[in-house]
Ligand binder design. Structure first.
Ligand SMILES: *Cc1c(COP(=O)(O)O)cnc(C)c1O
Length: 357
């Protein structure tokens, strides 16, 4: 069998969740498990996150999966419901919904007579990201309509930050939110991972950590381990061939790498069809038998190349870490012009998972 494997470390998930607790001790934690728990597998991952007070997902089906598996925490649909059937199902299963626009608000009002029980709402403000939410000037009136609507149980207040990870921070958005929503009752939820790590003033009543739970960094240029996080996923494979190139010989599709001296190459059973980024250039970090090395040439569909000139013990069968403990997913992402989020979410269905407790 092909050796490529993703290993999910439940202990790392627990550790990272615990770190959120320590950073925000008086705050409830809504663990964000959208996108199949950032590529780690929803039902596979939640056993490592069951100390969370809630789970945030995108699709109703994911929330129902968690309910059916026996999770009794708060479940939140981050984009709310898309039709009346979903609203009824959310109400019936006690699933909380984001309300971010007029049509969702109108749907709640229209279905107030037929809903089985009132649904809890996180009313979203667009405080500057300009993606989802009511403008600050419209927010209080939207809140009032929810308050007047018999289909609505608890109302929480939320917004989402656009630049919590960089030098611009959250000041402008936080002020917009507090000015428009400060006087309203209800639990407040503002902080994603970057804001949890960098802005304690944004912790409030519910934090919404995503990427940090999986042990990757939300802040470019600042490694996850510097925050005390542990990677939850290791993507590993094996060397399946060794080649020796003489000076002047080239490697792989497009002959993108040419040896300038004799060089020893490992062919690794992992390619872009496994979710490894095709844009990873020569020099992207990779580890062979725990030793740091670099990729060479172009990543192909099922294979890539690593330099093992300095690793004479490397042979067919040597373990290769694409990312994990020795090579952070963030380092691979940075070399490839993307973020750890994208690489983790893109691990292909053909990659088998192993769970380590
Ligand atoms: C994805 C998401 C989060 C989590 O963001 P991270 O950067 O992964 O911590 C929080 N809130 C909302 C609304 C999201 O969509």
């Amino acid at each position: 069998m092909r050796a490529i494997t993703a290993t999910l470390n439940l202990t790392a998930l627990r550790h990272n969740l615990q770190l959120v607790r320590q950073l925000a001790p008086a705050t409830r934690i809504m663990a964000v498990v959208k996108a199949d728990a950032y590529g780690h597998g929803l039902l596979r991952s939640v056993p490592g996150l069951e100390e969370a007070d809630g789970f945030a997902v995108l699709r109703l089906s994911e929330a129902l999966t968690l309910r059916e598996a026996g999770y009794s925490q708060v479940l939140l649909l981050l984009e709310g419901v898309f039709c009346a059937d979903e609203l009824h199902a959310a109400a019936e299963h006690g699933i909380s919904i984001v309300v971010h626009n007029e049509s969702q608000l109108a749907m709640l009002e229209a279905k107030a007579g037929s809903i089985s029980r009132p649904v809890s709402v996180f009313l979203k403000m667009n405080s500057g990201m300009n993606r989802l939410g009511f403008r600050p000037a419209e927010y209080r009136q939207a809140w009032q309509r929810l308050r007047d609507c018999t289909a609505v149980a608890e109302i929480s207040l939320m917004t989402h930050f656009a630049t919590a990870d960089d030098e611009r921070g959250i000041t402008v958005q936080l002020e917009a939110f507090d000015t428009a929503a400060g006087a309203l009752p209800g639990a407040v939820s503002l902080a994603n991972s970057a804001a949890i790590l960098r802005f304690p003033e944004a912790h409030r009543d519910w934090v919404r950590p995503g990427i940090m739970l999986y042990g990757a960094s939300p802040v470019a240029g600042q490694g996850a381990t510097s925050f005390g996080l542990r990677p939850a996923m290791r993507l590993t494979s094996e060397v399946i061939a060794i080649q020796t190139l003489e000076a002047g010989e080239s490697l792989g599709y497009g002959s993108r790498f040419t040896a300038t001296e004799t060089i020893r190459i490992a062919v690794v059973a992992c390619g872009y069809a496994d979710g490894y980024p095709r844009h990873a250039p020569t020099g992207t970090p990779i580890a062979i038998d725990g030793q740091l090395s670099r990729t060479l040439g172009r990543v192909s569909m099922d294979m890539l190349f690593a330099d093992v000139s300095h690793l004479p013990a490397a042979r067919v069968g040597s373990e290769v870490e694409l990312w994990g403990d020795t090579v952070s997913v963030d380092a691979v992402a940075e070399a490839s012009g993307t973020v750890g989020y994208e690489l983790l979410c893109a691990v292909a269905p053909r990659v088998p998972f192993k769970v380590m407790d």
